[in-house]
Design a protein around this ligand. Structure first.
Ligand code: ADP
Ligand code: MG
Length: 315
């Protein structure tokens, strides 16, 4: 099978774009009064995922991490392009991969309008585009002193799966299956992102760990934060026993959760609890923005010291 056939067979599906896959560039129309939010996320085999995983999971996640960036900006996800390098063109693999990509895209209303297909070490780059009413983006630099810090969902499940896989901990089969889903099938919170435009002062998605990512938001906003360890929703441990410091590592510094962390004035609390019910998604207040720079985490009155913040690619 040739590259051209593969694109036609696996990646070309009907879209409402003015021009989709097949020409030298796609053409799209941006709604009046809106701006484009654009983001790219690359996934490299054996850095971001294990190449031997189910191709459907790889495809899902390559799209999901990009949808998550739209969520974090409060943008409505609309279009994506997909560049893939792979060592060989295995139709079964590409079919499963495309199924995963399109399943995630469909859930988020995203249309695949272009890309590139080439031979090389397995490597997937998706560029996503979404729409925002001009000036309404949820940015990292908008946090205000006194804001509540909120988190969607729970943290640490994907990290526990990875620790189990690396032999650092040993999960029972039930937990392993459950956390594998968190790792491989993240649910990008784009509906939440849309609702937060009217509510939040700042937001980001957590891909590299809560402390690492929240630090980016604090620095962009020139503020600090205090977090309450006990308030942070943690993995449902079922019957597994995990040491407290391992749990802290997973919850505070583990990556791959793709939950949203956002800040909002205290006046928005009631509205956010209504929103949580509407979305059937837990939204939890985990801390406060402070004038004093830095990020402190407290377990009751005791401060937790966490030197290791998150994954660093070029250490
Ligand atoms: P060109 O040589 O002009 O770059 P290609 O042969 O690479 O064109 O691509 C042909 C068409 O198929 C283009 O519209 C391109 O956007 C699309 N395409 C290529 N690879 C992919 C892919 N992996 N996913 C989606 N569309 C793709
Ligand atoms: Mg090309």
């Amino acid at each position: 099978m040739q590259e051209f056939e593969a694109i036609q067979q696996f990646f070309k599906r009907p879209t409402t774009a003015d021009l989709g896959i097949g020409d030298d560039a796609a053409l799209v129309q941006v709604s009046a009064g809106h701006q484009l939010a654009i983001s790219t996320d690359m996934s490299v085999a054996d850095t971001h995922f294990f190449a031997e995983l189910d191709a459907q999971d790889i495809g899902w996640k390559a799209m999901a991490v990009n949808v998550s960036d739209m969520a974090a900006m409060g943008a409505l996800p609309k279009w994506a392009t997909l560049a893939i390098a792979m060592p060989q063109l295995d139709p079964n693999w590409v079919q499963r991969f495309a199924d995963g990509v399109f399943a995630c895209a469909a859930q988020a209303g995203v249309q695949l309008i272009g890309g590139d297909t080439t031979r090389g070490p397995l490597n997937i780059a998706v560029t996503i585009m979404g729409e925002l009413p001009i000036g309404q983006a949820l940015r990292r630099d908008g946090a205000k002193v006194g804001d509540d810090i909120w988190l969607s969902g729970r943290l640490g499940q994907a990290a526990l799966w990875l620790m189990d896989r690396q032999g650092v901990i040993a999960l029972d089969a039930q937990a392993r299956t459950y956390y594998a889903r968190a790792m491989h099938r993240p649910q990008a919170r784009w509906q939440l992102g849309l609702a937060l435009r009217q509510i939040a002062n700042s937001a980001l998605d957590i891909s590299d760990g809560l402390l690492a990512d929240l630090t980016h938001l604090l620095e962009a906003s020139n503020v600090g934060a205090v977090l309450d360890w006990r308030a942070i929703p943690k993995p449902n441990l079922h019957k597994n026993e995990i040491a407290e410091d391992t749990l802290q590592q997973a919850v505070l510094s583990g990556g791959d959760d793709y939950e949203l962390c956002f800040t909002a004035p205290a006046t928005q609390r009631a509205r956010l609890s209504v929103l949580a019910a509407q979305l059937a998604l837990p939204l939890t207040r985990i801390g406060q923005i402070t004038a004093e720079m830095g990020l402190l985490v407290y377990d009751g009155n005791t401060r937790i010291h966490r030197p290791q913040k998150g994954y660093v690619h070029f250490a």
